[in-house]
Write a protein that binds this ligand. Sequence first.
Ligand SMILES: [Zn+2]
Length: 632
Amino acid sequence: MPSRFVVITALLTLGVEADPPPVAPGPPPAFDERLADHADDVADYSLRATLDPATHSIHGEGTIHLRNASAAPLRELWLHLYLNAFKDASSTFMRERVGGRGSEAPREWGRIDLRRLALRSATGARDLLPSVELHRPDETDETDARVPLPSEIAPGESVDLEVAFDDAMPSIVERTGYAGTFYMVGQWFPKLARLEPDGTWAHFPFHHLSEFYADFGTYDVTIDVPAGYVVGATGPVVERREEGGRVRERHVQADVHDFAWTAWDRWQTLEANVDEVDVKILYPRGFDAIARRDLAAVRFALPYDSLRYGRYPYRVLTVVHPEDAAREAGGMEYPTLITTTSPWWTPPSVRLPEIVTVHELGHQWFYGLVATNEAAWPFLDEGINQYAETDAMGAWLGSGSASSALGLSLSDAAIQAVAGDRGVHDEAVAQAASSFSSGADYARLVYSRTAALIATFAGVYGEDAVARALGDYTRRFRFRHPGPQELVDSFESVLGREASATLRGALFDKGWVDYAVDELRSDAGPAPDGSWSGSALVRRRGTLSFPVEVDLVAADGSTRRERWDGHGDWKRFAWHGRAALRGAVVDPEEQILVDQIRENNQGTVDGAGSGAPRVLERAAYYMELALQAVGP
Ligand SMILES: [Zn+2]
């Protein structure tokens, strides 16, 4: 998902040239490119889905093959029935949504009804349906079902589950549903929760702010729609037949952990091969120019992210651009299929389709290939991906990736810093999605704060070092399920122990920092030898410590750059020079994006302000304007 600040960023994207030439990414850090070829298959799905547009329903049936990859015998299964989030107002999802932005209920509710669940064996099939526990005591939510097993599944043993189900699609809401004859079909089948190595199931109801977590496997899905409908789905088409007024399209994709699809009788198609991947943009009539912009974003970001985070391993990528009436379907990631957004009339200077497309594409790594638990640690997908988005947008459009209007150059990263600051003392970045007090703090901390933190590490320790840390992390944990410790370890192995401790404090302990120029002294002079002396006192407030640069500025305009390791609460810099000390600036290159208070980063001996407003102050000002424009 994109954050709400996408809108703000795009609003600020004024005056950038309409079609900047793609910037070739710099030479990537030298990675070991012997990447894992495949995931460890745990849950394979063979499904057939038949769409009936007259009733907005989908009948599904097929087989789920489960291998007990854990170390413990299994006595139960957990199935996510996430379409039931839209069953009525009593679901966990809808109750959490009340009062939030866009909290209207869908016009038509949706649901998934499990018709068959049976354990296949040599002697037949054992019906599990009567024992399914749809909800827990005192709960009304029906998205997280427990299935007791009649007998244990031993470690290493596999079973086949026969399933049949009926989906009633809701009117389009939160990235799922229908609008007229348009269908965006996500979270539509009974899906096994993630089986952890110790044999426990990481299962949870569909929360409003949290997303998904599942095991890798092969999805073999045949989608059956009326003739005239165009289908877009996870994985390549391996078989297509048209007969009896129906189109049947079979999509097969290995090494993924979800499957989503769209069908519409009005899809237009734009196709291109990008970096040996068959890219298909599905878009409504009248969106030709926007579709070309979506494709331009893929042309830049697909090879860029592949260099940074390890090669995109799939043959296909589908970008779904819903029409304005179905924009709730926009801005979502599924394996090899993403949805983007922006109205048909979006002017070239407003970079909304580019930003959302680049963001959702980044999720192919931060969610898709590095399959973290999004409910427990949302910052690991949305936060790092927000950094990946700002990094790619910056590489593509330069420092004015957000705005170059009025002679200002304002980066996407600077906006993330200002947005993230607003929640830093409220609660920790690294916590479960359902633990956040509000959607606003979730957006500020999970998305913006994480992105600004990583950008700060890039500023302080070098972009190459951070690219190396993230690149090692994404390569090592490709097709795997790392947690925060693995991320912190990757930073430690490249940036060192002090940096990783800082990262940990920033993520888990509401860590903050404010560097300030506090006291400047210039002794009466000059001394008999013609020299001037004085000093500058620089403070570090807060709990985080970064090495920082300090510029000492002389009365003749010359500057002397000092470096402070950031240890201790303060440091006094002595001045001896041919001219008197006039002022000092801490962090003159604005490397520490998370510096809480920018206004105190400079001072002069006579107490006068140092002149030009700084980039982050301007970012704060424009954020205010933009927030007023888009409302609460
Ligand atoms: Zn996202």
